[in-house]
Ligand binder design. Sequence first.
Ligand SMILES: Cc1cc2nc3c(=O)[nH]c(=O)nc-3n(C[C@H](O)[C@H](O)[C@H](O)COP(=O)(O)OP(=O)(O)OC[C@H]3O[C@@H](n4cnc5c(N)ncnc54)[C@H](O)[C@@H]3O)c2cc1C
Length: 327
Amino acid sequence: FNENRAVWQHLMGDDVWRIDYQMAPDADPAEVSRESVVRERLARQFGADCEVEIVWVGPYAYRSECIDRMRDGPVFFMGDAAKVVSPFGARGGNTGIADADNLAWKLAAVLRQEAPASLLESYHEERHEAARENVRVTARTARFLRPADGAERVLRSAAIALARQHPFARQLINTGRMAIANPYTASSACAANGGRPVQNVALAWADGSAGTLNDLLAWSGSRLLLLAFGPLGAPALARLRSLSRQAPVLCVQVVERDGSAQATEHVQDAACRLRAACHLPSIAGGWALLRQDSYLAAAGDFIDGALVQAVATALGLNRATHAEVTA
Ligand SMILES: Cc1cc2nc3c(=O)[nH]c(=O)nc-3n(C[C@H](O)[C@H](O)[C@H](O)COP(=O)(O)OP(=O)(O)OC[C@H]3O[C@@H](n4cnc5c(N)ncnc54)[C@H](O)[C@@H]3O)c2cc1C
């Protein structure tokens, strides 16, 4: 019913179906968007007696482009102004929001003079890596759906033919890979074990009432959130108090399993969900430093100088020192 070209359909809010028809390369966008032409196409797919209320019709073309730099002085590029991707896997709008999420807390920290302006450079480092990856993934889907002649077309035809009978080939059918929170592997604001998204999980507040990691992040306001797992001795408690006095960091002890709290500010996590969400190994102890955009800045074993270094890195202070030294 669409001359062997692709059709996507999915149910959206308000019980509205969105149906995307791939047009012939030489189709006239104005002509194919005319209501009578649209109704004729719908009748071919659903039958002439199917009643349809048309909410919106709009032609669009795939575009795949990425800016070279996400920042030019005081101007930050985000969303579609920074990159445009083919609409597969919901990577356009979602990653635009992630751009804003990434920059917002950094701008706030700089404006409050809690971090140097050089922290803002990590916006480009992190979100440009994400933008390039999203362009790559969506372009690959676009090529699967509209392959070039030769090897691409042979691979696609083989995958579709095999998928009818062989489950392994179904994984090769690429109609879109859903958006993810992209990892940051080359950020000057993250430690080597950081730059990974942290999933929102359930926890219990000190009084036993239900909460979530997002609630904890909201509580920390504009500060970094340090989660210290397991029992804490007096020296560690003193260092955490000192850290939260001297840096924009909210320190919270995570009491796991049937442990007990030593810090006033603590949460309970009997099932060790927070530890898993923070990508920590399943042995006792350790800490995780989280940013306002729900990314792990760093993780470590002991409340010592490495933690102080991690806080400095997350706030762009090491980068500033480095720039000053090399200037
Ligand atoms: C058919 C289609 C389906 C899509 N489906 C999804 C999906 O399911 N999930 C998803 O995550 N993404 C999807 N996307 C992508 C998503 O819509 C975009 O990535 C997202 O809207 C980009 O947001 P933005 O704010 O960066 O830009 P825009 O949404 O383009 O917003 C920019 C705004 O700026 C305004 N503007 C422009 N110039 C000026 C000016 N000079 N002065 C003042 N205002 C100006 C524009 O009018 C517009 O309102 C889809 C895109 C298309 C085309």
